[in-house]
Design a protein around this ligand. Structure first.
Ligand code: FMN
Length: 166
C-alpha cells in the first residue's frame, strides 16, 4: 500500500474443498493487495457431497454457527473487508455467518463475492447485511464455480465499478 493513512484490505473466504471461492479470493488479492484469511471450521464436513448438503441444510434451518479454528490478527487494522462464500442453499455458508458475528464491523466496508452453480448471489448479500448491520455492504460479485479460473476480467471490472481499483 502506497499511502500512509490507507489501511490494508483483508480478503476473507470460506471454501469447502474444491477451492472455487479460494480462487476468486486470490484474483482479488492479486488485484488489490492486502492480506488473505481462510475461514476454517473446527469440525470438518463429511466427505460425501450429499451428506454435506444435508448437514448444511440442517445447520441453516436451526441457525447453527460452526465454531472456527482461527482468528484474524488485529482486525481493527482493516477497513475494507472482502468476504467470499460459496452459495449454500441460496445463502452464505454457516462458517461465514460465524465469522460475521465474531467481529465488530462498525465503520467497516464489506465487499461480498459468492461462487455458485446457478443461484448466483441468492439471498447472500441480504443475509450478510443482516449479520453485520453496522457495515457498509457494497455490490456483490457472483461467479459460477466452473468459471473461477477465467474470472479475473469479471473480478477486475467489478472492482473498477466499485472504485476499488483504477
Ligand atoms: C452444502 C452446499 C449447498 C449448495 N447450495 C447451492 C445452491 O443453493 N445454489 C447454487 O447455485 N449452488 C449451490 N452449491 C454449489 C456451490 O455453491 C458451488 O459449487 C461453489 O462454487 C463451491 O465453492 P467452494 O469450492 O469454494 O466450496 C452448494 C454446495 C454445497 C456444498
Amino acid at each position: 500500500q502506497s499511502s500512509t493513512n490507507q489501511k490494508k484490505a483483508l480478503i476473507v473466504y470460506y471454501s469447502l474443498r474444491n477451492g472455487n471461492t479460494r480462487i476468486v479470493a486470490e484474483h482479488i488479492q492479486k488485484s488489490v493487495g492486502g492480506d488473505i484469511f481462510r475461514i476454517e471450521t473446527v469440525n470438518d464436513y463429511p466427505s460425501v457431497y450429499n451428506e454435506v448438503t444435508a448437514q448444511a441444510k440442517r445447520e441453516l434451518e436451526s441457525g447453527y454457527r460452526p465454531p472456527l479454528k482461527n482468528k484474524v490478527k488485529d482486525f481493527s487494522q482493516y477497513d475494507v473487508i472482502y468476504i467470499g462464500s460459496p452459495n449454500w442453499w441460496n445463502t452464505i455458508a454457516p462458517a461465514v455467518m460465524t465469522f460475521l458475528e465474531s467481529y465488530n464491523f462498525e465503520g467497516k466496508t464489506i465487499v461480498p463475492f459468492i461462487t455458485h452453480e446457478g443461484s448466483r448471489l441468492g439471498a447472500s448479500v441480504t443475509d450478510i447485511k443482516k449479520m453485520a448491520p453496522k457495515a457498509t455492504v457494497l455490490k456483490g460479485l457472483p461467479v459460477r464455480g466452473g468459471s473461477v479460473n477465467e474470472a479475473m476480467p469479471d473480478v477486475q471490472r467489478w472492482l473498477k465499478d466499485l472504485g476499488l481499483i483504477k
